[in-house]
Design a binder for this molecule. Sequence first.
Ligand code: TEU
Ligand code: CA
Length: 557
Amino acid sequence: AATIKWWQQAVVYQVYPRSFQDTNHDGIGDLKGITAHLDYLKQLGIDVIWLNPIYRSPNDDNGYDISDYQQIAADFGTMTDFDELLQAAHDRGLKIIMDLVVNHTSDEHPWFQHSCQDRTNQYRDFYFWRSGNGKKAPNNWDAAFGGSAWQYDEQTQQYYLHTFSTKQPDLNWENPTLREAVYTMMTWWLNKGVDGFRMDVINQISKLPGLPDGPLKPHSQFGDARVTNGPRVHEFLQEMNQRVLSQFDIMTVGETHGVTPADALKYAGADRHELDMVFEFQHLRLDNSQHGLGKWSTRKTPLVALKKVISDWQVGLEGRAWNSLFWNNHDTPRAVSRFGDDRPAYRVRSAKMLATCLHLLQGTPYIYQGEELGMTDAHFTELASYRDIESLNAYRDLVTERQLLSPADMMARLAARSRDNSRTPMQWDTEVNAGFSDATPWLTVNPNYHQINAAAALADSDSVWYYYRHLIQLRHQYLLVTLGSFKLLWADDPQVFLYERQWEGQTWLVCCNFTADTLSRPLDQYLTPTAKCLISNYGEQQPNKLRPYEAWVYQLA
Ligand code: TEU
Ligand code: CA
């Protein structure tokens, strides 16, 4: 087999620094807090830590609005704290990848502050400025966080483009001087020894020339040709690879909304010299609203559709590109609540089932902080509990301004889909605020921390935590998990996800019951006496029976 890249056998752990561990009594997680838990992460068996943005930022979008790419946000500590974190991680054989947010900056970034001064300064063209037509915006694009994607600036009597919040002006990648500035900044971080980047909405950096009107799609512009997968995106990424990425032994993953497996072959093809892998989101949109409300839905994901998307990606990239594997991140609800069952009777079992289903696929798995504990959604009942700009803007838009939804209806949709669900503080133990902070946390701690916390998990050999560690060991121990081919079985079964992995004559069978029902299935055809159980979330199997959320992996040959 071709040489295996280190990130093809790695498991990545995503740390959302704001919610991981506070060490200076301000209710906000910080870098020293991450350093304090590196042994916990090493014990779990993960290889790479992905840090959400830690750069200077006014926090309009929790750090995705950067005002200085080469300074650490005061909330999180100092550059010395970062250097110590990086060294401490490397001392433990752990790698750190940073979050690269270069589709836009904060409006408080010096580049934008300069750009605003007049229409002719050298930074004007770092951003998209257009005259529009009097009070009419230059085109009909929506911003992801509501309203028009254009903000009028009185001083120079022009509009600037912001595809996210008004405080996140889009960078103009058509400008080679801007691209040069980005590459210089990236090289600076890589020279410090960071091990790669997760690239924020990176398939948005090439816009359609002329910025033409698009088909209006309320609450989702992803998948629109006008914003994602633009005409020069591959040229820019190949230039970035040639100028920066190719000079380091690093890992890159692009956040690319609206891509198909065919697109991914271009972004992450082994022969493309662009990125190593991408995050696709097709499996995270199957429970979207069917009435134009995008993500604001309380629907469950149909399993047959989910199996098809996952299978298309496994088969579509096999041998030609590389998959990322994830159920959740800082922008989504938590896995066990969305795809499993967070009722106490089923939470642990279904969390282990979801982990089995994902971690035996081909690709690099991503564990979002707390997923290894089976942490659940927040289940907030008050609007005042929410902090996320996307959630608060959507409530104002859909309830207050357009009266499309009743308050109660929108509160149910926020509880099911708000990004704050995954941003409640990490639950370490049963001390005040789950050991996250002895000050009032920036976002309420989930009161179920008394039952769900790392201390309890480490003390219970049957916890979700130990199950994740076992899955990670299987990936590190058996090349089949990394290199084996994927074959979906029982594609039309609406309750059971059954698939095979094959490599050099070995065959593993992965079986997951995605329901709380006890099912009978003809499994004895596979589970012959020579078959060997490698991991399961129950004790020994019962012939042709799958108990609620039962999951197992058998070596068949
Ligand atoms: O996410 C881009 C993005 O598409 C999401 O914010 C999307 O709007 C949301 O997941 C739908 O529910 C990246 C970052 O991950 C996100 O945190 C930032 O808010 C966004 O870009 C802007 O930088
Ligand atoms: Ca702090």
